[in-house]
Design a protein around this ligand. Structure first.
Ligand SMILES: [Fe+2]
Ligand SMILES: [Fe+2]
Length: 290
């Protein structure tokens, strides 16, 4: 299987790129690294050239464009490509140099639902400037709603090498690539696509501050601030960006250092409970499985 370094970035198609860039820079606190002639905007929160990319949606459906994982070097990209070839995974680009800003080489494949998954290496590093908004420290995870969870697990676990941290059998699977309990997650859903993108913030004070900033900017909170009782046990806040994509900010996620750790099984009710902040509202569950 592929040796992933980390979740690197998420690409989103935005119906109104100007207002999305305004939200992600002024309110969410990412910094614009680069804009392309085609109108794509690359944003970052740390030294990586980008962790969020906004593409003008044009005629295409707004929402997920691609997810990208970093690998260590070009050799690992070549190895990944041969794994995908052997497994019959459709490769739609590369591995090769890319005219995408900030990235040396990449490889694009399709997951079982046809989502574009990018593997890349050689991300340009830029020193971070002080920002004045929610100020996430790094991109944490994305949750993909999939049409067939078993097929999705085969792709993300057996081929991409993510490890299973926890499961609600037949409903959701939390995956990790480092000690953080989850760096990626999958859900079984009627309508496949991106469920949410999570960014880490420093501490719970920052989660509360984010809730104030979200409210001041007349955006809608979906769930929280609260603490998950379920998988990951992190502090969280879920809210909608101006286009209706769900964002999560959180901190203090459970760390798994034990090599012999075996994924736990959860009941749905316990998994979406909350130590405080209350259990998941119906709207959250609807967005997850609908
Ligand atoms: Fe990318
Ligand atoms: Fe999450």
């Amino acid at each position: 299987m592929v040796r992933l370094k980390k979740l690197g970035h998420i690409g989103i198609r935005a119906p109104d790129i100007k207002s999305s860039v305004d939200f992600y820079s002024r309110v969410f606190g990412l910094e614009v690294s680069e804009r392309t002639e085609e109108g794509a905007v690359y944003l970052r929160c740390g030294p990586d050239h980008h962790s969020h990319v906004l593409y003008p949606a044009g005629r295409e459906r707004p929402g997920l464009h691609h997810v990208a994982f970093e690998v260590t070097d070009p050799e690992e990209l070549e190895r990944a490509a041969s794994i995908f070839e052997r497994q019959g995974v459709p490769i739609i680009y590369g591995p090769g140099p890319r005219d995408e800003p900030g990235i040396a080489r990449s490889l694009y494949v399709l997951d079982p639902d046809g989502n574009q998954v990018e593997l890349y290496c050689g991300m340009q590093q830029i020193p971070r400037h002080e920002a004045t908004s929610i100020m996430p420290t790094n991109i944490g995870h994305a949750l993909f709603k999939m049409s067939d969870l078993a097929k999705a697990e085969h792709f993300y676990v057996d081929l991409l090498g993510l490890k299973v941290s926890d499961r609600v059998r037949g409903v959701a699977t939390w995956l990790r690539y480092d000690p953080n309990h989850h760096g990626f997650a999958l859900g079984q859903a009627r309508t496949p696509g991106l469920h949410h993108t999570m960014y880490h913030v420093r501490d719970f004070g920052e989660v509360e501050r984010a809730a104030d900033i979200v409210t001041e900017n007349k955006l809608r909170i979906l769930w929280g601030p609260g603490r998950h009782q379920g998988p990951g046990a992190a502090y969280f806040l879920y809210f909608y960006d101006p286009d209706g994509n769900i964002l999560e900010v959180g901190c203090n996620m459970e760390q798994i250092w034990d090599e012999s750790y075996q994924g736990r099984e959860w009941e749905l009710g316990a998994a979406v409970g909350g130590d405080f902040g209350g259990p998941a509202p119906q709207e959250f569950l609807d967005t997850l499985i609908g």
